[in-house]
Design a protein around this ligand. Structure first.
Ligand code: ADP
Length: 262
């Protein structure tokens, strides 16, 4: 069969990217975008590494806000769209930059979303990148399947990080992500548990927020043969920093959350 010209374009773009990591979650609001942005900042703390974020969370792209570049515009050149620079070794391309009206994509049908994702993979001029973190929509929709298929045709993925809170509803959805990864043959790097604990900034008392804050994610990981990579606390200072597009690691280098990423 005739090779798909689009796939060849995507292959050319992705040839220059060393590591590709998908960030997945079963539910929205559990901290997938937060993890993506923190991980990107943590990796980019090494000035010798070139880090990039690809935000394809088509119905709720939040990276521009979290990275403090909400009002930037992407520029297009003969080589494609140039990602927005956050710092010299950290760039971002978000579907939000291309949506005229931020609410439009919510009502798009599958084919249009898939077309947008393909075009996105084809047209962004990343240059040489060490780590590309891909922030996906929550769940395991058609968009995920086409995204992963396009990516896999362009070469292997390092794998997926799955993020969950300790709530039963969120942990149950992790299993759907696991079966999605098995079906699409994406290796699972491990699970990150978010918002299990809250340490009061006034009295330093630790509150376990959910009924299975203690041990829920550990048990689920043990049952499913997954590695629990980190347990991140709920930190109001992080939510504030991200709403303001600030680098949390710069402003709170000694917080438990920041040290969890070292
Ligand atoms: P998702 O990408 O899974 O939909 P987000 O990363 O957008 O979720 O997180 C939802 C909200 O929760 C955001 O406003 C974010 O700032 C906040 N949040 C996520 N994780 C934490 C955390 N560990 N501490 C404090 N706030 C958090």
């Amino acid at each position: 069969p005739k090779p798909d010209a689009d796939i060849e374009f995507i292959q050319d773009r992705f040839r220059k990217i060393k590591h590709k990591i998908l960030i997945l979650s079963g539910k929205g609001g559990v901290g997938k975008s937060t993890l993506t942005s923190n991980l990107a900042r943590a990796l980019a703390a090494d000035p010798t590494k070139q880090v990039a974020i690809l935000d394809v969370d088509i119905c709720g792209p939040s990276q521009p806000r979290m990275m403090g570049v909400e009002n930037e515009e992407v520029h297009s050149s003969a080589d494609g769209w140039t990602p927005v620079g956050i710092q010299p070794n950290l760039t971002l391309m978000s579907i939000a930059f291309l949506l005229g009206n931020k609410d439009d994509a919510v009502i798009w049908r599958g084919a249009r979303k898939n077309g947008m994702i393909k075009q996105f993979l084809k047209d962004v001029d990343w240059g040489d990148v060490d780590y590309l973190l891909i922030d996906t929509p929550p769940g395991t929709s058609d968009e995920h399947i086409s995204l992963v298929q396009f990516l896999l045709q362009a070469g292997p993925l390092d794998g997926a990080l799955i993020i969950s809170t300790p709530q039963e509803v969120s942990l149950l959805d992790v299993r759907k992500e696991v079966s999605f990864c098995m079906k699409t043959k994406v290796p699972i790097l491990g699970v990150v548990e978010n918002m299990a604990r809250f340490v009061c900034p006034n009295c330093a008392h630790t509150t376990m927020l959910f009924p299975n804050s203690t041990g829920g994610a550990e048990k689920m990981c043990a049952d499913s043969n997954l590695e629990l990579l980190a347990q991140l606390p709920l930190d109001p200072a992080l939510a504030k920093a991200l709403d303001n597009g600030e680098d949390f690691f710069e402003t709170h280098p000694d917080s438990t959350l920041a040290t969890s990423f070292k």
